[in-house]
Design a protein around this ligand. Sequence first.
Ligand SMILES: NC(=O)c1ccc[n+]([C@@H]2O[C@H](COP(=O)([O-])OP(=O)(O)OC[C@H]3O[C@@H](n4cnc5c(N)ncnc54)[C@H](OP(=O)(O)O)[C@@H]3O)[C@@H](O)[C@H]2O)c1
Length: 378
Amino acid sequence: MLRKTPSENDLVDLHGKVALVTGGNCGIGYATVQMLARNGAKVYMAARNEGRAEAAIKQLQAENLNDGSVHWLKIDLLDPRDAQRAAKEFRQKEQRLDILVNNAAMTAVGHFDLTQDGFLDVMVVNHISHFALTDALLPLLTATAREPGADVRIVNLTSAAHAHVKPESFSTKQAFNKDYGPSTGHLLRTYGTSKLANILHIKALQTRLAAQDVPITCIAVHPGAIKTPGSASFLGGIPRIGSFLKTYIGPLLFAPPRKGALTVAFAAAGKDVAAQRDKYMGAYLVPIATLAAPSKYALDERLQKELYETMLPLRRPRVVALGGDDCCVCCVAGKEGASLVPMRITTLLRSVLGKRLQNDSRFQIWILMSSRLSCPPN
Ligand SMILES: NC(=O)c1ccc[n+]([C@@H]2O[C@H](COP(=O)([O-])OP(=O)(O)OC[C@H]3O[C@@H](n4cnc5c(N)ncnc54)[C@H](OP(=O)(O)O)[C@@H]3O)[C@@H](O)[C@H]2O)c1
């Protein structure tokens, strides 16, 4: 029997539910926010720019939200600390979180830069900060999932571009930082690494939650080739033929955002997912709302585990010092959080221990994930 293509009518009633969508001020995220809110949800649009977020919310209201609502939550995914701050702000505002959609992304245009933490910006925005956000919201998601009748979902937007990369490992910082180079194909591979990380993250998370008996459904979604600001700048950035592709080919081959959002909304709130949770746990969906197999690397359980464990805070107890000339952080790894101590002491510790440990990528990632870190005044 032919399967009926899912539509907006195939979403569960979301009255009383709370959702958070990153990057919801345009493109696929905007259409996802709209679908969830129109079904009754209170939706947080997590976006970095207040003006763009408020304009998008006005537009959504003008297009009719039924009795759902949309609210701006400030987040800049270029810094995982800000993702954790945003999670904290969210936890202060809300008692529950039913749906988390990790949608925002940097696309493959121009070149990628290193952030203050020494990671490629595309990896930070697309994966590391989303990992930090999800991790910081996990206690709230778990508490919501344990309520009677709950149906909590975590959705990561990924891309078919994930299949362009064949990593051997995710246990070092270098593995997260592989920059293939500036040509369009190479940019797509660097972007693809971040999108592979999105699937590995969702699969590892699903495995861990299942082991802890937490009834949350985690799904990775490739939305298809969709006409958005991101895809337009990708096409426009292709040397020589970019403007031709953007003007003539994009509109022909790329579907409207609503079409991309259908698979995302199905993962986040589809009736079929509610009815058959086991079938969708850790799934990879492609348009429209169809189960598919991602690359063999995305299915590799060793890579899933490595990626998750490399991202998690280090728990081994040892004293570590790290920092630049004008700021310094000293931590006892294994204790909750990090303690900040005066520059004099960290300088001393660094001279004894620091050099070797500064090269320890796991520690650097742990530093990234530590919510209390900041550069203290000398
Ligand atoms: N469009 C496609 O054809 C396609 C294909 C495959 C996969 N995808 C995936 O689908 C998702 C949505 O794609 P899209 O095409 O709708 O993207 P888009 O048009 O490029 O929009 C990206 C969104 O992410 C936000 N964003 C970027 N950097 C941010 C940061 N540092 N902090 C907070 N927000 C930030 C943007 O906010 P600003 O407006 O402030 O920049 C915008 O809201 C992405 O994960 C993408 O990888 C898309």
